[in-house]
Design a protein around this ligand. Structure first.
Ligand code: SF4
Length: 342
């Protein structure tokens, strides 16, 4: 386990095993998580021997390194990080003043196989550790600090299915939410899932109540199964039953993500079916005109607006995600794919 994946009590144990005073644990945790320092030598209130010990055992502050960074005309920044085993992951910073939203990865690749997704197409390699998940945030936070800014929101919507890496994801949420660290409120943390029903139920029981986003993308089982194989295991009726339980237990509104793909799911009939499916449910719909991948095409702005109008008329709260970073291959998994091909 890398040190950025440890809670203060675990750092305390690490210190005890090395006969170092346990009060240093909180100092170390605070340097790592609150101050997001990029080098152990910046822990100025620690004795030299402790810094040397940290350097010797962990090497670097974060278990990842930047390999590539692309900055879009609209300010979106995409990072490609390499991990200790030579694999790589992506994170995307979406500035929308005063918000700084960071989209992070939870797995190297993904086993869910959604057909419209570059990550899904590249297959699954492994789960990330809590340290690797948190390190993406700390790396970007460290960079933002030099500009006098700070991350305001985290979305678990990068590479991988967060709920398929449940334990590490929960650990990372608790670390990001820790009052002695970044202290990001649970309402600023969003988990997005393609619809793993047992894990949605488990999430409803957790103490930390983060936002939940469901990638829906189609309203009938045949169509959804076509683009999202997970639907064969957990069809829409089961998914919606789990979502209803989630809202009942938590009182939280669920966000439904609907990626609009030209000629596939962007017709008026689909908008009406979506409206009917969500009517009476505590929800919000986020329409995402898709970033083109392969033969998948983005719908026209007019058909997106008309789709939204149908939902609005049915009293379903809806927003249209702004087009961001299309010039830097901002769709999940695209930058990594380009590097792998190179
Ligand atoms: S959309 Fe998400 S769940 Fe589906 S393959 Fe891509 S990363 Fe995995």
């Amino acid at each position: 386990m890398h040190i950025v994946g440890l809670f203060p009590e675990e750092i305390e144990n690490w210190l005890k095993e090395r006969q170092i005073a346990s009060f240093r644990a909180e100092q170390i945790f605070s340097w790592l998580h609150r101050h997001a320092i990029d080098d152990f030598s910046k822990m100025t209130n620690l004795p030299r021997e402790v810094i040397t010990q940290l350097q010797d055992e962990f090497g670097s502050v974060w278990p990842l390194e930047l390999v590539d960074c692309r900055v879009s005309k609209d300010g979106t920044e995409k990072y490609l990080f390499s991990l200790g085993d030579g694999t790589s992951i992506e994170s995307v910073l979406i500035p929308d003043e005063p918000r700084q939203t960071l989209c992070i990865s939870t797995q190297v690749g993904c086993a869910m196989g959604c057909s419209f997704c570059a990550t899904g197409r590249s297959g699954y390699t492994r789960n990330l550790t809590a340290a690797e998940i948190v390190a993406q945030v700390l790396w970007v936070e460290s960079r933002l600090k030099t500009l006098g800014k700070s991350i305001s929101n985290i979305v678990y919507m990068g590479m991988g299915e967060p709920l398929a890496n449940y334990e590490a994801v929960m650990g990372s949420l608790q670390l990001l939410n820790h009052p002695k660290g970044l202290n990001l409120g649970a309402r600023r943390l969003t988990i997005s899932t393609c619809g793993l029903v047992p894990q949605i139920r488990a999430l409803a029981e957790e103490e930390i109540q983060v936002n939940l986003a469901i990638s829906l993308h189609a309203v009938d089982d045949a169509k959804r199964s076509e683009v999202m194989p997970v639907n064969r295991r957990y069809p829409i009726s089961e998914l919606m039953a789990a979502c209803d339980e989630y809202t009942e237990k938590t009182g939280r509104r669920i966000s439904y993500e609907y990626a609009l793909i030209r000629g596939f799911n962007d017709h008026q009939g689909e908008a009406q079916a979506l409206r009917d499916l969500l009517r009476g449910r505590l929800c919000h719909v986020n329409l995402i005109p898709i970033n083109p991948v392969g033969e998948v095409e983005r719908p026209s702005p007019r058909s997106v607006a008309e789709f939204a109008k149908v939902l609005e008329a049915g009293q379903i709260p809806v927003s249209i995600r702004k087009e961001r970073g299309t010039d830097i291959e901002a769709a999940c998994g695209q930058l990594r794919q380009t590097h792998l091909q190179e």
